[in-house]
Ligand binder design. Sequence first.
Ligand code: B3K
Ligand code: ZN
Length: 871
Amino acid sequence: PQAVRLADYRPPEWLVDTVDLDVALHPTQTRVTARLALRRNPEGTPDAPVILEGDGLTLVRLALDGAPLAGSSFEASPERLALRHPPSDAFTLEIETLVDPTANTQLMGLYRTSNNYCTQCEPEGFRRITYFPDRPDVLAVYTTRIEAELDEAPVLLGNGNLVSSGPVLGASRHFAVWHDPWPKPSYLFALVGGKLAKVSDSFTTASGRQVELGIYVEEGKEARAGYAMDALKRSMRWDEEAFGREYDLDVFNIVAVSDFNMGAMENKGLNVFNDKYVLASPQTATDADYSGIEGVIAHEYFHNWTGNRITCRDWFQLCLKEGLTVFRDQEFSSDQRSRPVKRISDVRMLKAAQFTEDSGPLAHPVRPETYREINNFYTATVYEKGSEVVRMLKTLLGEEGFRKGMDLYFERHDGEAATIEDFLASFADATGHDLSQFALWYSQSGTPTLEVKGAWDEAAGTYRLDVKQSVPPTPGQSEKKPMVIPLALGLVGPDGADMPLMLGNTPVERGVVEVTQKEQSFLFTGLDAKPVPSLNRGFSAPVNLKSDLTPEDRVFLAAHDGDPFNRFDALQGLALGLLTRAARGGAADGEAALIDAAGRLLADAALDPAFKAQALALPGEGEIARELGSDVDPDAVFAVRKALRLKLGAALAGPLAETYAALGTAAPFTPDAASAGRRALRNLALDYLAVSGSDEGVARAQAQFAAADNMTDRMAALAVLAQHDRPERAAALDAFYARFERDALVIDKWFTLQAQIPEAGTLERVKALMLHPAFSMGNPNRVRALVGAFAATNPTQFNRADGAGHAFLADVVLSLDAKNPQVASRLLSAFKTWRQLEPGRRGHAEAALRRVADTPGLSPDVADIATRSLG
Ligand code: B3K
Ligand code: ZN
């Protein structure tokens, strides 16, 4: 397909004021009648034809202002409906199409899942239901009448409020009419029909509006929706308190489905969710699942204001809703849980997914300027870096300035389709800040590097920081301009307390200096001793920080930094330094210091267990590989990391065993953050104590596996057992399967764990599991759990030296592409780091990518990823 360019944006020629849909559900022949009230856009071209998008549609009938249209007055194909000579002004177009939801394996548009009907329209799925100007800047008021067999689909749901429902006379059918008063783009349309159980609750908004809440799940799963409902009510309250945003309809419904391409979808008043992000019970969900549910429920709910009430002008502006909404859900979780621990886990994710993306062939700006397939831009860069940009804005403007800017944004653009320029202008106008240089965060791709050197002047009592920034070249962008980098910092004195932070005679506001030039110096004054700088506190800017901190400085910061993030980061930096030196074949010096620092952290009774668990987990193989940058041998990376884990496990065996014993509890499972943190630390201890594969370590894991009363502890024990090629592993895997075989979401964990085993037999195991009755290529969760986990989280086996892992992924992508291109292209993006591999593996990766790229008949999704990966 042709590349679409931001620079080519033109307003729509025709607007749609209202959409009246009549959908008669049928497994293979669903009849859709759409009545569109069309009107010329006063800002459009005079005499412009009406051109509506379609995707695989069959047109049955067309009428203009009630009169059937003759074949000569329009052109229809599955991809488009054009009226070359439409009336000069407003008119109504009635379009009847037939769609086959059963044949829809792409899961885009109207499809079936577990015999229910549901839709997914973002970004371009509405055109698979009816012909429409399917772009986010066409906002219309929708009324949807849904009709179905009563036995087949007793539940009928649409956007907005229920207007009427009842039997259809003289038949076994019934109907429901839903009306959504808020104008919205077509991508927010949704309907659901099926046999579903409802969990009900209600919420009273700050201004007293009563909202009926419903979560619809498969019958029998009602008890597992309680946590999601609780998270929803907390999200609704939080948005009122933190952003002054109230819900705006009489009902809010969530439907959990088992076949879904991504996590969830924020359709107005009718969110559709991957059931993985709704269903939880202590026996089936881990702490990570609980926090994932809380975060995704919040995220989709927050879209009601950031995405729905204010939407995007075009898909280039995707980060306008996604980056901002991720920021909002991260803030929500920080307020509900531990802020430092949330920040640490978000940054870990950012580095693993986004920094990696930003340093490879798929790098793109937070707001891309061109795309061939928009589905490939729901990326870590748009989401996670997009959130970091909003966070930086808040850091620069302060709490109050940020809130003023957000308020102005809502005030100005409610009901509109907006741009990043609109967003930034709201902050600039509300606070008087010039954000023109800051805007580069949206247009320049690549992770900036910030080099920082310190100089202490004993006589003057000053400390100078010399800062140099650079942004590496990325696809399509060879030259970069300096960015605005909010650098939060502190100067830590010998006693471990922060010293005054003064530039000349001025205290540094909120502890943040603004780096805006290529090279810049900051002279801090009034110091009575040499400080250790604590830089980029709270990870205030998403940059690669290269400082001249010595290992001793890091040990000091790990023990004393007043910023918990940097306490964590000091230890990580120490570990990363020695791991990369060792992976390059150098001496792993500094181990003693690391072990010492880790031991002290573990012993510090004042620290939150969740924080300790994060700080004591070594940087992942992916992070080590990224730090190495080129000629990576994943086996060597694995080996040095394992060696360090062994040393830590052995050196700290005593305190780890005490920690394990002390954190054991007979209290029943609760998913709160404090309890989860204790489990996280205890399970980290379990893992370190078993790294060596000692009988004692394995027996401890086996005992925990057998006795666990919750999935977190059971799964953690199984993960430990899975690392060791001993008979206990097979026994535990079989027992786990037998216990949970009827629970697909739990069996996904069983698939994933096996796909992650860092042993030579894993590829064969994965291939065999693809033939297992519980596996299905048609279900995205299964494919991601097995093949996705293998490619994305098992670096040694995916990147096998003989190329078999790469060839396998290419085969799966090619066989899946015809069925579900979005899931296929997502899998293929596991090759995003192929260029950093050593030459042999790099050759295999390139060959696999070429084989995919050269296959005729690829979907645009897979073709785009293959081409850009090779580019
Ligand atoms: N907006 C949806 C993502 C749609 C992805 C389409 N390929 C979920 C979310 O970000 O909230
Ligand atoms: Zn979103």
